[in-house]
Design a protein around this ligand. Sequence first.
Ligand code: PAF
Length: 270
Amino acid sequence: MKVFTDPKKLQKWCAARKLAGRKIALVPTMGYLHEGHLSLIQKAKAKRADEIVVSVFVNPVQFCPGEDYEKYPRDEKADLAKCRAAGATAVFFPTPKNMYLDRHSVYVCEEDLSKGLCGARRPGHFRGVCTVVAKLFNLTHPDFAVFGQKDYQQVQVIRRMVRDLNFDLDIVMAPIVREPSGLARSSRNTYLSAEEKEKALAISRGLRALKPNSKLSTLNSQLKSAGLRIDYVECVDAQTLEPRKKVAKGCCVLVAAYDGKTRLIDNILI
Ligand code: PAF
């Protein structure tokens, strides 16, 4: 497995692999890898990628002031071992300094799908995501890139960026991977105490119970009575992300809620 920290070296290697006719998959992550990330690598394998490039980068630009950028969990050594065991062929560990050069001043903004949901609560977040993902696409020129459904809005925003900026690749969405309890896997789960983990289960339970015509007010009450602080509970059209009054086929119901100080997200496609 190749390990890169220098963007230029990664770019050169990917270009040579591409020229040799190899099919490249990109798996962008912020590290502290768990089963969810490993499922993205599995997905890339299942889609017969010859080269699977995993990027591990806690992207400062997608964190808002006061968020957990500094304390976001990091473990390079463990991530490397997990990538190797999972079958990645290259890992990219850039530093903020070599991703964002002095006086970096160009950003990518998606201005439709990123307006609501997390975009409304985390101003600048999707600008940071689109910028770093566009840079990773330019560095690796993948045939496809794999993202998890847990960040459903992110996947839709990136698909729109790919369409509107004519990136030549496919975006593959992999299903949410859950702990046996039902809790969606996330690097941030490491912040949760045992008691908070128990409380968090109201989210996956509540989402799983939804059916066409279910009332979102029931889900809201379930989350509140579990002791969670709701950031949003919304039903949207799964493609346009426009709000829908009724839970119905073709919708996605998304939740963001604070469990103590930890913000958790989860969703379900109806
Ligand atoms: O989903 C994530 O972990 C991040 O938003 C991503 C796509 C790696 C960009 O930093």
